[in-house]
Each structure stands twice: as structure tokens, then as C-alpha cells.
Design a protein around this ligand. Structure first.
Ligand code: NAD
Ligand code: TYD
Length: 351
């Protein structure tokens, strides 16, 4: 094996797409997937590659310092792609400490362990921290986040991600740890846990349940197909410059209400329902506390320097996504069979 790459959070939504890409594209890399399998982690996401000889799953929690140190000493990875995180804003509002533990302390554990095993020969190593556009705060009706935009996180989730970004840069400046960071906009596609807007809406429409839209549905997000994010991660991991940050976005802004109307149309067609049927399920509910108005990413640095561009138009991406959830009923039933019902009723009943 030419390289050992440790991917954290590889059983989650984006992580599973990154693991699949790396395992298939680089047969000479040993790909390790370190994941605690929280409610968001699901090994079913990786069924198709689990028996590949260059892949190994390690169940472990990044908040467990001893375990993280042990794994680094045993496997001595050449690179880390760090995706493990608590990732849902609504959960961060009800349980912020879980986000500080995993996103901040967990990241520091990984940085310390990498520094320990890499200190003699750091030059050919790389710590790649996967972050979010939410660290930049919230935009008005115009403008875009660039890599120079000042951090202004406003939810416990985004504050914990901003904090972990700062930790990565601090380990670089203080201990010479080689790093890259990318900050991406909202992802959509197969395997996303249905607490997030798009799979939640698809699942509710399918079962003719109301679609909860926070506030007036005027908040804007920039949506990117998950495989395009995974391709950008591959590119940045291999060709990004040490110490640099890259923004990744879809250049694809939607208000939540327009996005849900679009999904309703695609679902009506896919399920042979009368046009307009699904839209009747739209229900405006109490707004999210501190709800960020608009995110929009300027990815020109990544597009110019590394020649990345998204491969899918949104029309095609959303049709593929709807089809995937409809074809994978068992996947959805499995993930909503556990604590999901309790979460759903805490989050939406009496809203
Ligand atoms: P996810 O919630 O679907 O998956 C997170 C994964 O991390 C799960 O497999 C979970 O089991 C694992 N995990 C959680 N806590 C852990 C711990 N303490 N130790 C080990 N593993 C743990 O998240 P996602 O949407 O795939 O996001 C992945 C990363 O990308 C996160 O860092 C997130 O901040 C970032 N990101 C996400 C988006 C998005 O739209 N989803 C956009 C930009 C950036
Ligand atoms: P989400 O998928 O949680 O991603 P994020 O908060 O990280 O952007 O939410 C996307 C948008 O959809 C956001 O503006 C909040 C809104 N939203 C709803 O209107 N209803 C819902 O039930 C959920 C989960 C989100």
C-alpha cells in the first residue's frame, strides 16, 4: 500500500461518499474509516465496498483521547480526512455540549495524535479538516462568502465548527502541522439522515405527512450534490496547498419554500400523483431560533486554482436524489426505526 489514509465519520452522509470514492479510485491506498456509529452513522451506507481489501472499519469515538492515540500509533496514517462531527443545527440548539465534545475536543484529540506521530517528518503528511460555510455567519440578500470573509458563527453547531477550524490553524502555526481546510455549502443526495430538510421532506411527502417549513420559508441555502463535494475533497486532499482554505459551493441558491415546491413537483411525477398534490402538505411552523437568513459561497479559488466544477445541474441531482430515496425504502425504514420517532416528536410536535 502506498499510503494509509484515516477518514473520520466515514459511516455518515458525506463521509460514506468520500470513503467509497477513495476506496474505488485508489486501490493502492489503505483506507481506514474511524466512526463511533452515532445515530447518524450507518454501515449500510458502505455495503458495496465493505469487503474491499484496501478498506478497514474501526469503531471508535474521537472524544476518547486514549483510543485516538492508540489508533494513530498502530496505523501511522499518512493523511487524515476529518469529517466526524455532530452536524445538525437543530440538535445543537437543544444539546450544545455534545457539539463541543465531538467537534472541538474530538478535533483537538486528532490534531494532538497526528502531531505526535508526524513530528519527525511532517512534510509529506496532511490533516484535512472538513468544515462548513456556516462559520461565516449569515448573509443579507446580496454578496457571497469568500475565503477572506471574517468568521461570525451564530449557532452552537457553527460556533463549534468555527472553533475546530481555529484549532487546526493554531496547530499549524504553533506545531507546524500540515493542513488544508474546506468550507462547503449545504449538501444533498443519497444517504443523508432524514433530520435534514431534503430527505425529511421526501420521506414526509411519500407518507403524505405535513412538510414543516420554519418561519416563512424565505431563508436561502446553496445546495451541492454530495458526490460533487466528495470529488472536491479528493482534489483538495491531493492538490490543495498546505495551510490553505478552499470554499466549495454549488452556485445554486434556493429559498426553502421554492426548494420544497420543486421537490413536491418531482415527487408528484415520480409517485404518479396529481400535480399540486404534495404542495398541500406544506405547513409553516415556528422558526428555528437564530435562523441564519442566507448562505452563498464563492468557490472561484477552487475552480481557478484546482479546476473543480460541479458535475450535476440541480434538476438532475434532485431527480436522482428523489429516485434514490424511493428505491431505497428499506434504508429509510431502518434509519427511522430507532430513536428517530422520539427526535421527530420532540422537534415538531407542538411547534
Ligand atoms: P453526518 O451527521 O451525516 O455524519 C457524521 C458522522 O460522524 C456519523 O457517521 C457519526 O457516526 C460520526 N461521528 C459523530 N460523532 C463522532 C465521534 N465522537 N467519534 C467518531 N465518529 C463520530 O454528517 P455529514 O452531513 O456527513 O457531515 C460530515 C462533515 O461535513 C461534518 O464535519 C460537517 O460539519 C461537514 N459539512 C456538512 C455539510 C452538510 O450539508 N451535511 C456541509 C458542509 C460541511
Ligand atoms: P438543514 O437541512 O437543517 O441544514 P442547515 O440548517 O445546516 O442549513 O436546513 C436547511 C434549511 O431548511 C434551513 O434554512 C432550515 C430549514 N428547515 C425547515 O424549514 N424545516 C425543517 O424541518 C428543517 C429540518 C430545516
Amino acid at each position: 500500500m502506498s499510503k494509509t489514509i484515516l477518514i473520520t465519520g466515514g459511516a455518515g452522509f458525506i463521509g460514506s461518499h468520500v470513503v467509497r470514492l477513495m476506496v474505488n479510485k485508489y486501490p493502492d491506498y489503505q483506507i481506514l474509516n474511524l466512526d463511533a456509529l452515532t445515530y447518524a452513522g450507518n454501515l449500510e451506507n458502505l455495503k458495496d465496498i465493505e469487503s474491499c481489501s484496501n478498506y478497514e472499519f474501526i469503531r471508535g469515538d474521537i472524544t476518547d483521547m486514549e483510543a485516538v492515540n492508540r489508533i494513530f500509533r498502530e496505523y501511522r496514517p499518512d493523511g487524515v480526512i476529518h469529517l466526524a462531527a455532530e452536524s445538525h443545527v437543530d440538535r445543537s440548539i437543544s444539546d450544545p455540549l455534545a457539539f463541543i465534545r465531538t467537534n472541538v475536543i474530538g478535533t483537538v484529540n486528532l490534531l494532538n495524535a497526528a502531531r505526535d506521530v508526524w513530528h519527525e517528518k511532517p512534510d509529506d503528511k496532511r490533516f484535512y479538516h472538513i468544515s462548513t460555510d456556516e462559520v461565516y455567519g449569515s448573509l443579507g440578500n446580496t454578496g457571497f462568502f469568500t475565503e477572506e470573509t471574517a468568521y461570525d458563527p451564530r449557532s452552537p453547531y457553527s460556533a463549534s465548527k468555527a472553533s475546530s477550524d481555529h484549532m487546526v490553524r493554531a496547530w499549524h502555526h504553533t506545531y507546524n502541522l500540515p493542513f488544508v481546510i474546506s468550507n462547503c455549502s449545504n449538501n444533498y443526495g443519497p444517504n443523508q439522515f432524514p433530520e435534514k430538510l431534503i430527505p425529511l421532506a421526501i420521506n414526509n411527502i411519500k407518507h403524505k405527512k405535513s412538510i414543516p417549513i420554519y418561519g416563512k420559508g424565505e431563508n436561502v441555502r446553496d445546495w451541492l450534490y454530495v458526490e460533487d463535494h466528495a470529488a472536491a475533497i479528493d482534489l483538495i486532499f491531493h492538490r490543495g496547498k498546505n495551510g490553505e482554505t478552499y470554499n466549495i459551493g454549488g452556485n445554486n441558491e434556493w429559498t426553502n419554500i421554492d426548494l420544497i415546491r420543486k421537490i413536491c413537483q418531482v415527487m408528484d411525477k415520480a409517485l404518479n400523483r396529481e400535480p399540486g398534490d404534495s404542495e398541500k402538505l406544506i405547513t409553516f411552523v415556528k422558526d428555528r431560533a437564530g435562523h441564519d437568513k442566507r448562505y452563498a459561497i464563492d468557490s472561484s479559488k477552487l475552480m481557478t486554482e484546482l479546476e473543480w466544477k460541479p458535475s450535476l445541474q440541480f434538476e438532475e441531482g434532485i431527480e436522482k436524489t428523489v429516485k434514490w430515496y424511493l428505491d431505497n425504502e428499506e434504508w429509510m425504514n431502518d434509519v427511522i426505526s430507532g430513536d428517530y420517532a422520539k427526535y421527530y416528536s420532540r422537534q415538531y410536535d407542538n411547534r
